[in-house]
Design a protein around this ligand. Structure first.
Ligand code: NHF
Length: 472
């Protein structure tokens, strides 16, 4: 079985968010199961290629608009594996990308329509030897239609994974023509562009052989208006081909200095070290809460968290925030930390620093994820790996990974009142050392490595390839 994973990012070469982590680790886990998976991504100028061997392989001439555009293909290996990564270089389309994946604008949509076209040209240049193309998020939404046009019944089978339904990629209707899709050849496209724009996520979902999303609960939630918005009915329509598969995490990226026997001593030393490093008051009895996230007010629960900070500090806790994103919220959190009453109790670090992130995960007592919605969420799993008890809103993957009262705390209604109640339960536990200890150990017992999920993908690939071969 030969699989091609197409996406906009692959960690550690190009990493903008959780999608990059998944594309950087799923193929390695598939390789362990004997599945031969390649990765294809745009070669953005922001790609981090220092220290890795990379070489130019072939050139493609990709028809787009009225021109034929040169795409140079570079190849490297995913660090620590034998997985081939193909990077598509084009000065016109990919030179500006890679700094954000969340602009959601027409320019980005055009860039990724070109990417979709180039991926299909690449598949042809490789003599159509992939059995299945696994597309990720709206950036790859046109691939399936193009495969039908270019390869007809010889096309590979397709799986489309939704990492975040909120980002849909609205393209100008003109990209349909630029990509070389003839008017009238795809009813789904004709229907979609009646409102003069093309929804790339909708195209990927409706035209692929199978659809997955990154947790079982999120697969259910997006069928409702609250979580699925305008695409909720579409998700109901495709439920016969929709599965939720929880993401795993690549533990190699999260070195831990303790195990289930000695966590107590090591974690307390780490807490002291972090308090010293971040200039928090050195106080071991004060519970340390943390929040590490992209600062996205639409998703990450920043407003309810903001209000609950006072509750934590007033109850003797300390709080560390690490993240970047929305500049208004960056400023709001920074300003709050300058509040006199919060000195040495609230530390806000704007930026992304994976070493500091791991130190914070490891030294904290509690980790908060108050998201409005969360397709899977990786941070709660990382926190649990470090024996840091998560406090989460019970949605999506957070619901599927945290068991209230056993290995974490969860709350339902989206309000700081509810979040405060969960914080109160955490504080109460913290004061009863043996209860807190058993929760930490329950966290350490959980195994979120990719093995189980990769097996689910491998089984799904086999099923989809078989049924595709039968149908054609
Ligand atoms: O974990 C990778 C990530 C998810 O919940 C996360 C999200 C975006 O919002 O699948 O994608």
């Amino acid at each position: 079985m030969k699989i091609l994973l197409a996406a906009s990012e692959v960690a550690p070469i190009i990493k903008l968010g959780g999608l990059g982590d998944v594309i950087g680790s799923l193929p390695k886990a598939l390789e362990q199961l004997g599945v031969d998976a390649d990765v294809i991504v745009p070669f953005f100028s922001t790609a981090n290629i220092s220290g890795i061997k990379i070489y130019r392989t072939i050139e493609l001439h990709v028809p787009f608009g009225n021109d034929s555009r040169l795409v140079e293909i570079y190849k490297t290996k995913l660090p620590g594996s034998n997985v081939d990564v193909h990077l598509l270089k084009n000065e016109d389309y990919f030179h500006l990308g890679g700094e954000s994946a969340f602009l959601n604008n027409i320019k980005e949509a055009e860039m990724f329509s070109f990417f979709s076209k180039a991926v299909v040209e690449y598949i042809k240049a490789r003599f159509n030897t992939y059995d299945l193309v696994h597309c990720h998020d709206w950036h790859t939404g046109l691939i399936t239609h193009l495969l039908v046009d270019e390869l007809g019944k010889e096309r590979p089978a397709t799986v489309f994974t939704i990492h975040n339904l909120f980002y849909q990629g609205l393209a100008d209707e003109g990209v349909v023509k630029e990509a070389g899709i003839a008017p009238g050849s795809h009813p789904l496209i004709d229907y979609d562009i009646k409102d003069h724009n093309l929804n790339l996520l909708y195209q990927g979902i409706t035209s692929s052989d199978w659809v997955t999303t990154v947790s079982e609960s999120y697969a259910d939630e997006i069928k409702t208006r609250t979580f699925g918005g305008r695409l909720s009915q579409t998700m109901v329509d495709v439920e016969h081909k929709l599965t939720g598969i929880l993401n795993g995490i690549d533990y190699a990226s999260f070195p831990r200095l303790f195990n289930k026997r000695n966590w107590d001593g090591v974690k307390s030393i780490q807490k002291e070290e972090l308090q010293e490093k971040l200039k928090l008051r050195k106080n071991h009895s004060s519970p340390l809460f943390s929040f590490i996230s992209r600062l996205d007010p639409g998703q990450k629960g920043l407003d309810i968290l903001y209000v609950s900070i006072a509750h934590i500090i007033n109850n003797g806790g300390q709080f560390v925030i690490l993240g970047k994103g929305d500049t208004r919220w960056e400023r709001k959190f920074e300003e709050l930390s300058h509040n006199r009453g919060y000195k040495n109790k609230l530390i806000v670090k704007i930026g992304f620093d994976s070493k500091l992130a791991n130190d914070i995960y490891s030294a904290s007592d509690f980790f908060i994820v108050p998201s409005k919605y969360e397709p899977c969420g990786l941070t709660q799993m990382i926190a649990m790996h470090y024996g840091t008890v998560p406090i989460v809103r019970s949605v999506g993957g957070l619901k599927d990974t945290v068991i209230n009262g056993e290995n974490g705390f969860s709350f339902s209604a989206y309000s700081s009142l509810e979040l405060n109640r969960a914080i109160d339960r955490a504080l109460e536990t913290y004061s009863k050392k043996d209860v807190h200890k058993s929760m930490i150990e329950a966290c350490l017992d959980r195994d979120f490595s990719w093995g189980i999920s990769a097996q689910k993908y491998a089984d799904l690939y086999t099923k989809v390839i078989e049924s595709h071969n039968k149908t054609w």
